[in-house]
Design a binder for this molecule. Structure first.
Ligand SMILES: NC(=O)c1ccc[n+]([C@@H]2O[C@H](COP(=O)([O-])OP(=O)(O)OC[C@H]3O[C@@H](n4cnc5c(N)ncnc54)[C@H](O)[C@@H]3O)[C@@H](O)[C@H]2O)c1
Length: 386
């Protein structure tokens, strides 16, 4: 009989739905030592909130997330709010003795991320960060192949995260304001691929050699009804695209590219690794597939293999899901992550390693180095970024 983990979630829009779904699905599909139970939901819009609570099965809802701290029934608080509201609730809930799961990027700035990492260390509670792409079966399989030495020494990491929704017709959402988001495509998208590169290689970046950041659309329409006489547009002060080059301790060279203005690319979260014994390629737009080139087979047999990661041999979560070749989708990454969170909280090992605040802080250091590099037009050694 599994124990219960009572979950309170802050934020009820995009990620609020993704996380709520994951908490509901995980105990149905997986056999877990800890069972997530939806307890409370908090967000700003009281009207939407009541409907959301009913639809998703939260017995309690509130516009005051701070109330979660004194509710002893709550075990885990999940922070799925814009980036300016990651540090404050995470720290408050850790101080109140709750486990905390927080969305990415961990914070707007490295200073903010550091306060979160330190609060986590002090609290001795569990922390998790929603780098959900680690749990796509093809990425988890790539992790295994690298650990088994199938790539040999890694020479290249080539990562892109390309989207196209951020053109001039997109209004001035919180994602385009530094005070809410911290950065634009960089914190939003590079955060994922830096995490994935660190995760897959098991290696750390030692230097950012150069970065370029561009804000192509500087003025955007203010969303929603605008009062008569008020300004109809406002300034976007975050990057629309940020690219950088880096080196890993183990010798690999790396390129990272994030953009929201690349027509034709909707959610192209891609990663290619080239090693002395072979190469791997992943593209989220074809998410159940891992491409593998084994350079150790005879020359005449060499070529890219398209592996559909749906069977127990290459899909670490396969037993919980469908028969072979019945693929998974976006939401399953979140559900697989909840399953692993519940395993950890129940004293078991996760199927795939989970990022905590200390781990996400290391990703944030790389993001910070790229920001400094772009601003100062210079290389930045990671040991200078604390
Ligand atoms: N892991 C991923 O792949 C992924 C994908 C999208 C977004 N995100 C991250 O998730 C976070 C949320 O993004 P989103 O797209 O869900 O945003 P969103 O704008 O769709 O939703 C934000 C939610 O936060 C709530 N909120 C804002 N201020 C609040 C306050 N003061 N008190 C209570 N609730 C408040 C809003 O009411 C809303 O429900 C961001 O950090 C974003 O970077 C992660």
């Amino acid at each position: 009989m599994s124990r219960s983990c009572h979950v309170a979630l802050i934020g009820q829009k995009f990620m609020g739905r993704a996380h709520s779904n994951a908490y509901r699905q995980a105990p149905v599909f997986f056999d877990l030592p800890m069972r997530p139970v939806l307890h409370s939901i908090a967000a700003r819009n009281a009207e939407e909130l009541a409907a959301f609570a009913t639809q998703w099965g939260y017995p309690n809802h509130t516009t005051r997330w701070r109330d979660f701290a004194k509710d002893e029934a709550i075990d885990l608080v999940d922070v799925a709010t814009p980036n300016d509201l990651h540090a404050e609730p995470s720290i408050a809930m850790l101080e109140a003795g709750k486990h905390v799961a927080c969305e990415k990027p961990l914070a707007r700035t490295l200073d903010e991320a550091r306060t979160m990492r330190d609060a986590a260390k002090k609290s001795r509670r569990r922390t998790f960060v929603w780098f959900n792409y680690r749990r796509c079966p093809a990425v988890a399989f790539a992790y295994r192949l690298v650990r088994e030495g199938r790539l040999g020494d890694i020479r290249h990491v080539r990562a892109t995260y390309l989207q196209s929704w951020g053109g001039p017709d997109t209004p001035l959402l919180w994602r385009f304001k530094k005070k809410y988001a911290g950065s634009g495509a960089h914190g939003d998208l590079n955060a994922h691929i830096v995490d994935m590169a660190r995760f897959l290689t098991g290696d750390e970046i030692t230097e950012v050699h150069g970065a370029v950041s561009r804000t192509f659309v500087k003025e955007r329409a203010i969303p929603g009804p605008v009062k008569r006489g008020a300004k109809k547009t406002g300034k976007s002060d975050v990057d629309d695209a940020l690219l950088f080059l880096a080196s890993f301790r183990g010798g690999a060279v790396a390129s990272f590219e994030a953009t929201r203005v690349a027509p034709g690319h909707l959610n192209a979260n891609t990663m290619e690794l080239n090693g002395t014994k072979g190469s791997l390629r992943f593209d989220f737009e074809d998410m159940d597939v891992l491409q593998f080139h084994d350079a150790t087979v005879p020359d005449r047999e060499q070529g890219w293999k398209r592996i559909i990661c749906t069977s127990a041999g290459n899909h670490p979560y396969a037993e919980a899901w469908w028969p072979d070749a019945h693929g998974l989708g976006y939401e399953h990454g979140f559900t697989n992550m909840v399953a692993d969170m519940m395993r950890v909280l129940g004293g078991e090992a996760p199927e795939v390693p989970l990022p905590d605040f200390a781990d996400a802080y290391e990703t944030q250091r790389v993001l910070e180095a790229a920001v400094i590099s772009a601003r100062e037009r210079t290389a930045i050694r990671m040991r200078e970024v604390k």
